[in-house]
Write a protein that binds this ligand. Structure first.
Ligand code: PHE
Length: 344
């Protein structure tokens, strides 16, 4: 019996050193040191020994059991390491590789320009007034001194709805009356606001004109506001937006809601006034329509034109962004092509 025990012990040890996975380890455990394992079975035969042999055998069997238990625990740790290493190798994970860059969202080039505009106007004391895209004919035209059937309405081809009084605004000037009425305290308080927003015109879409585009309107109403305030304010904007020595010029123009009216040009920032294809060899770029607010419009906004005066201007940020980045097709702005948008 004792010899049998020693040979089981040796065989168990020899087998254990070959084991490399947990299934084989579990099988080994039940074969040798489990309740029905070889050592327990030998112990069960202890009754067949002589009274002298029994304690000797019992003591040795317990020693063998303890030694195998210990060897088992040590092997278990090793097997776990082997299996973890194999797992990692199977996953072929190279932790030194650079991470994958997630695709980042970004601001639309028009939004970027609009935000820059608002920032500059805020520095000059203009707050932002949000008006609406869907307007009444009254706000967009009539109260701005476009009488019904007046030919000036044809300057801006309009998107109408089934309700003849409801249209999509053709210019941000449509918000002028709302801003004056809402912020002017019934013609008692000065105002200074910019109105950024989308405008819509029923136009043939080409590389130079879209049916939707942004404008940024600005209005200032107060006592003794004059044309030189308008000129100084717009020139300051041009210096901040384009370059510290941006040159500005004014050309007489016509809008029903301003009198006098003028177009504002800046010296072409691409050729420095020399003349290039972008400025059509004139050396100048048109950036805004503007003028002194017409007395009829002031009155419609709640102000007494005998006491109050003001200026207004309207700028197109897409045109500016196109010039700045050399974009030759305005349709890119609303085509939602990420190859275009990712460049900004
Ligand atoms: N609303 C005019 C346009 O869209 C621009 C403008 C704004 C002109 C304010 C004068 C004053 O052409």
């Amino acid at each position: 019996m004792l010899e049998k025990l020693e040979s089981v012990y040796q065989q168990a040890q020899a087998e254990l050193t070959e084991i490399r996975d947990s299934a084989a380890l579990a099988a080994w455990k039940s074969r040798y040191i489990g309740g029905k394992g070889a050592v327990s079975q030998l112990l069960r035969g202890i009754g067949g020994l002589t009274p002298e042999e029994r304690p000797v055998f019992g003591k040795r069997a317990n020693e063998v059991m303890a030694a195998l238990d210990e060897a088992y625990a040590a092997r278990e740790v090793l097997v776990q390491d082997i299996e973890m290493a194999a797992d990692l190798e199977g996953a072929a994970l190279d932790v030194t590789l650079p991470g994958r860059q997630p695709a980042m969202g970004r601001l639309h080039p028009s939004t970027q320009t609009l935000r820059r505009f608002s920032e500059i106007w805020a520095e000059m004391g203009f707050s932002v007034y949000r008006s609406r895209d869907v307007e009444t004919d009254e706000m967009n035209f009539t109260l701005l001194n476009f009488p019904p059937h007046h030919p000036a309405r044809d300057m801006q081809d309009t998107f109408y709805t089934t309700d003849p009084d409801v249209i999509l605004r053709t210019h941000t000037s449509a918000g002028q009356i709302r801003a004056m009425r809402e912020l002017g305290g019934g013609g008692t308080k000065p105002i200074r606001v910019v109105l950024p927003g989308m405008c819509y015109r029923f136009e043939q879409i080409t590389n130079r004109s879209e049916a939707q585009f942004y404008q940024v309107e600005g209005i200032a109403v107060g006592h003794n506001i004059t044309m030189s305030d308008l000129k100084g304010t717009v020139a300051e904007f041009a210096r901040k937006m384009y370059s510290p020595d941006a040159k500005v010029r004014y050309r007489a123009s016509y809008f029903p809601f301003t009198e006098p009216s003028m177009e504002i040009d800046i010296e072409c920032f691409l050729c420095g006034g020399e003349g290039c294809s972008v400025c059509k060899h004139t050396g100048w770029l048109e950036i805004a329509g503007s003028g002194m607010i017409h007395p009829v419009v002031l009155r419609n906004g709640g102000y007494d034109p005998a006491e109050w005066s003001g200026f207004a201007f309207g700028m197109g940020p897409e045109r500016i962004a196109m010039l700045k980045h050399g974009i030759t097709d305005i349709r890119n702005f609303w085509a939602n092509d990420s190859r275009f948008l990712e460049q900004f």
